[in-house]
Design a protein. Structure first.
Length: 277
């Protein structure tokens, strides 16, 4: 049985992001919140705070923890997301790329820079991201997506999430692909159409890995907000080692795991999550 309508799939492919209502049972939300609590008590080596000042509301994240936190592993393999992604991307098979979570304490002035996820990964292909809020979230409290930006046929350099939002690297061409400085979205808001939604528990946004997104400067949460995000890939996705800016977190682990240029996803790091009948 299909989980999505043809209109939802069409909107995703046209706009680059879509909100899906009440697709995730509350039990999944509670399980992910428990997972974050467990992770905070025993964080991975990748845990970080993006807030430079001390003694102020902070912005935290951890990533690649699905095999360390049982609640996350259960969600990755058993939630409906992999099947939803399969339908959205018209895929035959879905593989895991990476999971992570974010937590912004109430009053945190730290924000998410405008970026697209594709430039953070040594991969090339069709991928999408689940953005699942774990508390009811007003549209002005969360991330906004730049409508249609996944169709610009552009690649942008990686931006650090730490306060100051430093851009990593310089404009360059790698394997015939040009990597540009990200556009100044905040300074030119009138030039773009933003997608943003109020979300209740069980609602989620799914977006293309190429879709630009970030927080508007006015978005300061009044309460602590956490999100779980999960990146997955269609069967056309291959390993593609690109700029040095992607080496910060996992390239050595990939190479040590035997992943070579041009390999399809699979194995321990990028297991299959769903196959269409």
């Amino acid at each position: 049985m299909n989980l999505l309508t043809s209109q939802e799939i069409k909107s995703f492919k046209k706009d680059g992001a879509i909100v899906l209502r009440n697709k995730f049972d509350i039990s999944w939300i509670e399980k992910l919140k428990k997972g974050i609590d467990r992770d905070i008590k025993n964080p991975s080596p990748r845990f970080k705070s993006h807030t430079l000042e001390k003694d102020v509301p902070a912005y935290f994240e951890d990533y690649w923890t699905w095999d360390l936190v049982p609640e996350f592993k259960d969600f990755v393999f058993n939630s409906p997301y992999a099947k939803i992604a399969c339908e959205l991307m018209s895929a035959k098979k879905i593989n895991l790329v990476m999971d992570n979570w974010f937590l912004r304490e109430g009053g945190s002035k730290s924000s998410t820079p405008f970026h697209h996820d594709i430039s953070y990964f040594d991969m090339d292909g069709t991928m999408c991201v689940l953005w699942l809020p774990l508390q009811p979230t007003g549209k002005n409290e969360g991330v906004v997506w730049v409508k249609g930006s996944h169709l610009w046929n552009k690649l942008f350099l990686r931006v650090l999430f730490k306060d100051g939002h430093k851009v990593e690297g310089n404009e360059c061409i790698i394997d015939g692909k040009k990597y540009e400085l990200p556009p100044d979205i905040l300074g030119n808001k009138d030039k773009y159409e933003f997608l943003q939604w109020d979300c209740q528990l069980g609602d989620a946004v799914i977006f293309d890995m190429r879709t630009l997104h970030g927080t508007l400067s006015s978005s300061i949460p009044q309460k602590t907000l956490s999100r779980y995000t999960l990146r997955v890939a269609k069967e056309d996705t291959k390993i593609n080692y690109v700029g040095d800016w992607t080496s910060f977190n996992y390239r050595k682990a990939m190479q040590d795991g035997g992943y070579k240029e041009g390999d399809s996803l699979g194995g321990k790091m990028f297991p299959a999550l769903y196959e269409a009948n």
